[in-house]
Design a protein around this ligand. Structure first.
Ligand code: 4NP
Length: 154
């Protein structure tokens, strides 16, 4: 199963989700059944490593994100991924607008898998440090829910 996480800049939320899901899949012995990537709807940070605050918050919980580099969502992604998961509704709406007609990828809000009251992973970029820890809380819950949903199949 090929999963693409999408946020705005691809330097905070979606790289966190990529790193957390990779680690959780490896621990569960499921890594070989998934291909995990992330991208942004915006292009400002293309080629950059994740935000230093994002990396620091992830490192505290044992996730290393330093090898990741930001990329922008490409129309080809709608053919080469099975599941494209948006961090918030604005990015989901952007993806729905750019989706090529007839492309097969399934589009959804990432946190829909958790069944939790929180629907969106809030953008931490302009806020304080606590926002980066909140991203990790939500992303860890979302990844656990994703594995519960798809880890047993195929
Ligand atoms: P992300 O956070 O979408 O979680 O990567 C942001 C990163 C950069 C900007 C906005 C959000 N920015 O405006 O540059």
């Amino acid at each position: 199963m090929r999963i693409l996480f999408v946020c705005l800049g691809n330097i905070c939320r979606s790289p966190t989700a990529e790193g957390v899901l990779r680690t959780k899949l490896a621990k569960a012995g499921l890594a070989q059944r998934f291909e995990v990537a992330s991208a942004g709807t915006g292009d400002w940070h293309v080629g950059k490593a994740p935000d230093a605050r994002t990396q620091a918050a992830a490192r505290k919980r044992g996730y290393g994100l330093s090898a990741q580099r930001a990329q922008q969502v490409d129309p080809e992604d709608f053919f080469s991924r099975d599941l494209i998961l948006a961090m918030d509704r604005a990015n989901l709406a952007h993806l729905e607008r750019m989706r090529p007609e007839g492309s097969p990828a399934q589009l959804a809000l990432f946190l829909d898998y958790t069944g939790a009251a929180v629907a969106e992973v809030p953008d931490p970029y302009y806020g304080g440090e606590a926002g980066f820890d909140e991203v990790l809380d939500l992303v860890e819950a979302g990844c656990d829910a994703l594995i519960a949903e798809y880890g047993g199949r195929r």
